[in-house]
Design a protein around this ligand. Structure first.
Ligand SMILES: NC(=O)c1ccc[n+]([C@@H]2O[C@H](COP(=O)([O-])OP(=O)(O)OC[C@H]3O[C@@H](n4cnc5c(N)ncnc54)[C@H](OP(=O)(O)O)[C@@H]3O)[C@@H](O)[C@H]2O)c1
Length: 323
């Protein structure tokens, strides 16, 4: 029997229950991971609220680090006792342990602690595909990255700066602005000011080649107005709610813009892609080019409090649960 967060109906954080759960032995092709640290991500709140529906009852959480405890039939790529992490397959990470497909696990290098792995895998791999694949940034470019003091944002802005990019970041408060400035942003704009006008000003009226927007509903329209002609709008989250439907002709009117709505899983769908992404992330973490801290820690049983802090904009950087 393990302890796990589970839910049988969607809703607010009060639907989350801390229960005894009978985790079966790992099936063929899977590995049982005993967790030491669990990542908290905005997607967990979409699963809980029903924005991204799951069959219920269900476990929750996509990311954790820990130790291999048992191997399902046919697994030869891992050994019991090895340090591993995952973030793209293996729902149910809000628990003492979880069964995860072996091809969704990565080995953790020495030098990357479990809490940092749980804080950085999902957010860091997201930052990596956004900056290196969705729109491959080049040195000298100026880009707009929303939620610069958030989990993905703090990694993304440092990484973009490391790649020679001038980052304009947005944040919700002056305290977060200080943090964003210390983490890669050359310019930090408050969401309550006219940030769209400021982006135009900073770019000499031209606009940016790419906007990384995870806020969604509240910022979508104005983000389009920050792009230069033929620029790329990357809408990759719904922190303020999902973007409503809109006519494609708007993209024409605003300068033959491109639009994409990417998801991490499609960038790490094969074991090779997953490993390549993880290797690049580990390299920037180990070199110190990107620094990740655990900014909030909660006990596993307090997962609801952790989620309320995240949706209530009370967190900065990364949040982990400790089982
Ligand atoms: N598509 C993908 O592959 C992918 C992967 C990972 C994450 N994401 C998305 O990226 C975003 C960031 O994830 P995260 O886990 O790192 O979260 P986070 O950025 O740490 O937290 C969300 C931040 O959004 C900002 N925000 C602005 N308006 C908000 C509102 N109305 N309600 C709540 N927050 C608001 C807040 O920062 P301020 O107070 O500074 O405004 C808040 O701290 C999420 O939307 C997530 O779904 C997408």
């Amino acid at each position: 029997m393990i302890k796990a967060i589970r839910f049988d109906k969607t809703g607010g954080s009060d639907v989350l229950q801390y229960v005894d759960y009978d985790l079966p032995p790992p099936p063929a092709g899977q590995v049982r991971v005993r967790h030491t640290a669990i990542g908290v991500n905005f997607i967990d709140t979409y699963h809980r609220s029903g924005l991204y529906p799951l069959p219920l009852p269900s476990g929750l959480g996509s990311e954790a680090a820990g130790v291999v405890e048992a191997l399902g039939a046919g697994v030869t790529s891992f050994k019991v006792g090895e340090r591993v992490g995952y973030c793209s397959g293996g729902l149910g990470s809000y628990a003492d342990a979880n069964n995860v497909p072996a091809d969704r696990l990565v080995k953790l290098p020495d030098g990357i602690g479990d809490e940092i792995a749980a804080a950085a895998l999902l957010k860091g791999m997201t930052a990596r595909y956004l900056l290196r694949q969705t729109y491959r940034v080049s040195p000298g470019e100026t880009v707009l990255f929303h939620s610069a003091a958030g989990g993905v944002g703090m990694i993304g802005c440092q990484w973009a700066k490391h790649l020679g990019v001038t980052v304009i970041g947005t944040v919700g408060s002056p305290e977060k602005a200080t943090l964003a400035r210390a983490n890669g942003c050359a310019h930090v704009l408050l969401l309550r000011e006219d940030w769209k006008a400021r982006v135009r000003e900073i770019t000499g009226g031209v606009g940016v080649p790419v906007v990384y927007d995870s806020i969604g509903k509240d910022t979508f329209e104005a983000s389009l107005d920050c792009l230069r002609p033929r620029g790329l709008m990357v809408t990759f989250g719904n922190s303020s709610g999902p973007v409503p439907a809109f006519p494609p002709s708007q993209l024409a009117a605003k300068g033959s813009l491109f639009l994409t709505r990417p998801v991490l899983f499609h960038y790490v769908a094969t074991p090779k892609e997953l490993q390549e992404n993880a290797d690049e992330l580990f390299a920037v973490l180990l070199s110190g080019a990107v620094k990740v801290a655990v900014n909030q820690r909660f006990a596993l049983k307090d997962a609801a409090k952790a989620q309320d802090a995240l949706t209530g904009r009370k967190t900065v950087g990364a949040t982990v649960l400790i089982p």
